[in-house]
Ligand binder design. Sequence first.
Ligand SMILES: O=C(O)CCC(=O)c1ccccc1C(=O)O
Ligand SMILES: [Mg+2]
Length: 329
Amino acid sequence: MHYKFEFRPYQRKFVRAVVTSHGMWEIREGIILCLTDESGKVGWGEIAPITWFGSETLEQALNFCRQLLPEIREETIFSIPDDLPACQFGFESALQGVRESRSEDFELLISPPPASVTYSGLLPAGETALEAWQRLWQQGYSTFKWKIAVYPTSVELKILESLVQSLPASTKLRLDANGGLNFEEANLWLTTCDKLNANSELPVEIEFIEQPLAVDQFSAMLELSRRYQSAIALDESTATLKQLEYYYNQGWRGIFVIKPGIVGSPSRLCQFCQHHKIDAVFSSVFETIVGRKAALQLATELSQYNRAVGFGINHYFAEDDAVWLENLW
Ligand SMILES: O=C(O)CCC(=O)c1ccccc1C(=O)O
Ligand SMILES: [Mg+2]
């Protein structure tokens, strides 16, 4: 089988810049691609790399796309090298789209997402979180993720105290350090989490701390996971399938955050998750509706422990997705 292949790079400004321990991120750049088979069936895919997270660069993805034009064979899609994980995701999900497609329009893309998943809402770093959760709560979120390791630990721990006091009963809170804590700070956070989680008067659960230490500190994170009750999730450490396999083999049995948009081949991801029954939390890479559709479908199929998915609100970007896509194409 071969397919007509087209692609368009895009740039979209976030409604609000994303602030992490790596700094400010204001514009999402990526590639939308389209495959058409001989009978006219169409599938869409998105390549949305995050280089600071361990995927290829946009430039590498663009170069890969350019040398493929104007046609691509199915074998080529399944032999995209592992150092282009966001490309593996984009092309395989487009291929999947062709298989499910009935027509040439955007119909499938803008259909509503699966209703069976629960979503985690993303709170901004710092004390803005204290107000930000309210709007998300009104929209139906009851799991929140707060970015930490952006301000000094002592400042953030004070905000945490207020946050858990003000959050409604039976909400869950995730803390995402993006690898920005040192060992001592991580111990402080986990001690605090254990204390808060043990307090039966506090109706809020701290679900886990995400990537407390840098990727090269794996044995320290393993040590922390044994030392504390509160759970730890690997995120940056498990950005790609190869890393996922590696840290699983190194004995990690805590939570694995999986970002389908950059982790690599969806079919290999399915095999891995189903074989090892890992405790996975699926999460966005702030992709557009195209990648989001494919990533959420995977998340629904592969979520085993009823964890909320980190696909926040549908409004990362100012412009409406459907309008933007019509204009791009
Ligand atoms: O996981 C979520 O809940 C939201 C997505 C998110 O936080 C994220 C999005 C893009 C890049 C990195 C991250 C992250 O988890 O660190
Ligand atoms: Mg994270």
